[in-house]
Design a protein. Sequence first.
Length: 389
Amino acid sequence: MRPRRLALAAAVTAVTAVTAVGAGPAPVTAPDPRAEVVRPLAGTQADSGVSILSVGEDLLIAGYTSAAGEDAGLLLRVSATGDEIWRAALPCGGDGAVWSIQPLGDGTFAGAGWTKSAAGDLDAMLVRFDAAGKVIWQTAYAGPLKERLWSLQVDRRGLLAAGEAAAPDGTSQGLVIRTDLDGREIFRRTTGSAPSERDFSVQALDDGGYVLAGMSGSGPREGPGYDARITRYGASGELIWSRAWGGAGYDVAHDVHRKDDGGFLVTGYTAAGDSRGTDVFLLDLSPAGEIVWSRTYGGPRDDRAVHLALLPDGGAAIAGYSQSESGDWDIVLRVTAEGGAESWSRRFGGRGNELGRSVLAGPGGSLTVLGHSQSYGPLERILLVRLGA
């Protein structure tokens, strides 16, 4: 079947709620940038892209590839316009992924995700590889539960990864693993005290500590009873502060980044009422974890955010996905000004589901969005979207 072009429509979304705490300026109007590249990447199997980095003028992508009901970790290098340079599938026992990648500064890279163990459960997994796709080492970190790593950072001590350890009864603990640059485990810690804790993002700090963003609560997944949870820990694992945010519904923090002033920007999604599902939120926290301001953004259906990039002007680019009027999901990119006012947003979607997973801020104000799409035939495709300044 001939691939169908994605319908590119400017999304008109509104700031639907603003807290009274440091609400920031009124929304501003800015030109809607044109998409320079909207391209599904070719593959012989179903591919999903999750994390993206710049490597010179090229792009490095991580995610997973599926065939015959089995998943393997995927590493992929493409040109700026999406032409494949190399790809590498990592053996993961039939159920695995590389969910986050980071540069090590010496021309090599590290990735975090999970792999299926010989016992049949999931183990946290880290991998180190070079710019040509050669795997230097790949290590699984066995545990008694189903352990997944969702986020990775590199600091002066080595690798710092965060995720979850899920039990058969549906409960889970937050999980943090630190290793050296050769994958040797330095420590492993569980976080949180609620029946279900999940850490989706970790931000390494200069003092050896770290900040986690995720969710905390109890009950069915995506049901009421969960708050977004942001916590700061010291280098020795001591809890410095913890901030819960949300209401009576389902609230989850998916990404956290440290700002130049020592504070933090956090994004995720929050319950917006029975008829509207969820809205995207953006929080500004002080270095002590106090809420400076918070904003939510959304339309008449579900709106979700999973990743953000800080912009030079103090704003943020937020990647995620939103339900269309027909019920499928579209990739959505939102850009805010400093203070959280929404400057513009764009939707990218076809007849199938499109999920936005990551956004990369490039030189001159360009933005790259990575996700995956079901609108290009029977196989899932990695979708690359590049927007000019």
